[in-house]
Design a protein around this ligand. Structure first.
Ligand code: SF4
Ligand code: SF4
Length: 176
């Protein structure tokens, strides 16, 4: 149990800005400063994530649904369109933007499917990006460290996992 969990978005934004230089050093430490294999590091991250996640209620936050542009793929659009009895083309015209690199995103932010109770109204057919967010439990944490640093200012779970890992992996005690 981590007894110094920080949940407030303005605070994690402020601390993330303040920690920028240290976070980049920790990123290097994760890549070359520890002996853990990718599997061993993923296992530590999973353990820390489980501990933090059970202390944070996403329905009291929903900051990812409010402040991120959500990427959608063809299959996401097909599933969501079917839920609203629309064709993928109709759904795309109403809800989706295409970027210059051809990637597709929900046009609106906050997400148009976020309910007033902070719950997802399309939970059973939500985009893959929403299912996987905040990407802590996917294989290869070491390859996503830059994304994690960016997410520390958005997601209290990432912020607290990243912070706890600095202790757990002895980054702080070695005074990097
Ligand atoms: S995943 Fe992170 S940002 Fe999204 S609701 Fe949960 S704590 Fe908030
Ligand atoms: S689809 Fe659901 S989980 Fe995804 S951003 Fe919208 S409200 Fe959040």
């Amino acid at each position: 149990m981590n007894d110094r969990i920080i949940r407030e978005i303005p605070l994690i934004e402020r601390y993330s800005r303040h920690n920028e230089a240290e976070d980049m050093r920790f990123r290097t430490y994760l890549k070359v400063g520890i002996d853990h294999s990718n599997e061993e590091l993923d296992s530590v991250v999973r353990e820390v994530t489980d501990d933090v996640w059970e202390q944070i209620d996403c329905t009291k936050c929903a900051n990812c649904c409010k402040s991120l542009q959500i990427e959608v793929n063809k299959e996401d659009i097909r599933r969501l369109a079917a839920k609203f009895s629309m064709t993928p083309q109709q759904f795309t015209r109403k809800y989706v933007l295409t970027g210059t690199d051809n990637s597709k995103y929900f046009a609106a932010m906050p997400c148009p499917f976020l309910g007033s109770d902070n719950r997802c109204t399309v939970y059973d057919v939500r985009p893959a990006a929403c299912r996987d967010y905040p990407f802590l439990n996917k294989y290869g944490f070491r390859t996503r460290t830059f994304m994690m640093i960016e997410s520390t200012a958005v997601c209290p779970i990432v912020f607290n996992v990243w912070d706890a890992l600095k202790d757990r992996l002895k980054f702080r005690s070695k005074k990097q």
